[in-house]
Design a protein around this ligand. Structure first.
Ligand code: EPU
Length: 363
């Protein structure tokens, strides 16, 4: 596959977002509403919100006489956060743009994007450039910079499977570091950025490695179903992209229409013995044995089995088509979402003895 015309480079020119120290001053807002900056649509204010458009802006924050020493809260697309109160930490709204094909190697295409780019638009753009490999991750809400933080995954592909490296700026020293996959310590919906580096480091650029030749990932049941329905035994990347979009649209709410943060809980992993015990009582339980002998259980199934699907508590609810997704029924406060989440955790624990762990960060 060739890349012709040459890859488009959106401004700023390569490397994306790496503007010099000179330039316009920081753009700062006081008492800024975060309602439209979180996909749940929860009401909260930032005392101070800084629009971060490039590396130089991050350095200006680090060197700032007051923001430099303050706690920081890094906000991407707001698709993995539950805001229960106003944020006193300095909110860094990451708006670093730009995307480019960095390298076309015999074994892979390497693509790069600024952390503020919309993830789904980036996936679509890579396909337009003739670089397949991210199609299974279509329509995941959020930004490119947030993708490694929680190691996003769907339909048999995780970000870590396509990861090359990222650049991040240390919020104490202002130093730029480049981290590879091992350094990011990716886990299931987890990375160093959710732990040790939370609030301490800003991801500015992400590079992904898309293996050549392209091999489709079709093992996931719903994709197999699409293959059987359409009779397309060898779908191309664009077709898989379209299938993933239609599967997601059929069962996940569009955050633009119904506030939500995707899966609210992680799928719990239990020992084989614990799983056998549960199967003894609930033979229908949806479970996936993992290579290390443990078993992943479908949290959506557990919640559904406890009768939560479609239920509403206050102004928060459980989505009708997928019990793993909590939604804002309109005007909900973050505390209502948390109250509902706790009630679900208690009932799943009561029936199955399993503690569900939330996926989004609760502030
Ligand atoms: N199920 C039910 N009832 C429900 C929901 C699910 O019985 O209300 C059953 C389904 O029938 C299915 C099983 O549970 O057999 C698993 O459901 P599904 O295939 O929808 O996937 P999931 O485990 O709920 C995970 C990811 C999603 C990702 C899909 C597809 C997590 C926490 N979630 O969901 O990621 O899109 O697989 O790969 O791992 C996200 O992280 O925000 C997200 C949407």
């Amino acid at each position: 596959m060739r890349i012709d015309p040459p890859p488009r480079i959106s401004p700023p020119a390569a490397p994306a977002g790496a503007a010099g120290a000179a330039g316009p001053a920081l753009e700062v807002e006081g008492r800024a509403s975060l309602r439209t900056f979180n996909t749940f649509g929860l009401p909260a204010f930032a005392q101070t919100l800084v629009h971060v458009r490039n590396v130089a802006d991050v350095r200006r924050v680090v060197d700032h006489p007051s923001y430099g020493r303050s706690a920081k809260f890094i906000l991407g697309g707001g698709s993995n956060v539950v805001l229960t109160r106003d944020v006193n930490a300095v909110v860094l709204k990451i708006e670093i743009m730009g995307r480019r094909v960095v390298e076309e190697r015999p074994d892979a295409w390497v693509v790069e994007a600024g952390a503020g780019e919309n993830w789904h638009d980036f996936v679509a753009w890579t396909l337009d450039q003739g670089c397949p490999g991210l199609e299974n991750l279509a329509l995941i809400p959020g930004t490119v910079g947030a993708a490694p933080v929680q190691n996003i995954g769907a339909y048999g592909v995780e970000l870590k499977d396509r990861f090359e490296s990222l650049d991040a700026v240390d919020l104490v020293t202002g130093r730029v570091v480049t981290l590879d996959a091992a350094a990011c310590r990716f886990g299931y919906r987890d990375s160093l950025f959710k732990r040790h580096l939370a609030g301490k480091s800003v991801i500015t650029q992400v590079r992904l490695r898309l293996p050549r030749p392209w091999v489709p990932v079709l093992g996931y049941l719903e994709l197999e179903r699409k293959r059987a329905e359409t009779g397309m035994t060898h779908p191309d990347a664009r077709t898989i992209f379209d299938w993933v979009c239609s599967i997601r649209r059929a069962k996940l709410p569009d955050p633009a229409a119904i506030g939500n943060a995707g899966s609210f809980f992680k799928n719990p992993v239990v020992s084989a013995e614990q799983c056998r015990d549960i199967i003894g009582r609930d033979p229908e339980i949806v479970h996936y044995p993992l290579p290390d002998g443990t078993v992943k259980l479908a949290a959506g199934w557990l919640i559904d089995a406890c009768g939560w699907k479609g239920k509403t508590v206050g102004r928060a609810g459980v989505y009708e088509k997928q019990a793993l997704v909590l939604v804002n029924r309109g005007g909900a406060h973050g505390s209502e979402v948390v109250t509902l989440a706790r009630a679900i955790q208690e009932s799943v624990y009561g029936r199955f003895g399993i503690r569900l762990e939330p996926e989004p960060v609760i502030v």
